[in-house]
Design a protein around this ligand. Structure first.
Ligand code: AMP
Length: 135
């Protein structure tokens, strides 16, 4: 079954579109974390970052940068979070690759969900080895 984002691409359901090209689409998130919260999606129905082709990755990265610049110009936020969830454990609810652009203002009260933790040097070293050997 097509994802809700494919249905938006196909014009079956409406979206507040701000930008579209052959490979990507950007529209306002229906439940914004902050004013201007925008989603950039890849038109190909691919669930996660890891499944994107090089061309899809480049296209979505370009649109993300372009829309981020537009948000900066139009809304003049103090910062912009670029976020992207892969898998339900990471908070992904729509399994169609998309990037969140969340304009931020000083003291806007938007909650950053992660807390930094400490890690031993040995555990850091083990982690570096594990990840680098998988590349
Ligand atoms: P994620 O949790 O990373 O998968 O993000 C999915 C996002 O899609 C959420 O922030 C939703 O608010 C947003 N969303 C879901 N349906 C729609 C829709 N029809 N139009 C715009 N945004 C949507």
């Amino acid at each position: 079954m097509a994802t809700i984002f494919t249905r938006i691409i196909n014009g079956e359901i409406p979206a507040l579109k701000v930008y579209e090209d052959a490979d990507t689409l950007a529209f306002l998130d229906i439940a914004p974390a902050s004013p201007g919260h925008t989603l950039v999606i890849c038109k190909n129905e691919v669930a996660t970052l890891m499944e994107l082709s090089d061309a899809q990755l480049l296209a979505t990265a370009r649109t993300t940068q372009r829309v981020a610049a537009a948000l900066q110009k139009a809304l003049q936020p103090d910062g912009i979070n670029i976020m992207q969830n892969n898998g339900s454990a990471a908070g992904q609810t729509v399994f169609h690759y998309h990037v969140h652009l969340i304009p931020r203002w000083n003291d806007d009260g938007v909650i950053q969900f992660w807390q930094h933790k400490s890690m031993s040097q040995a555990d850091f070293a083990e982690m570096v080895a594990k990840i680098s050997q998988a590349l």
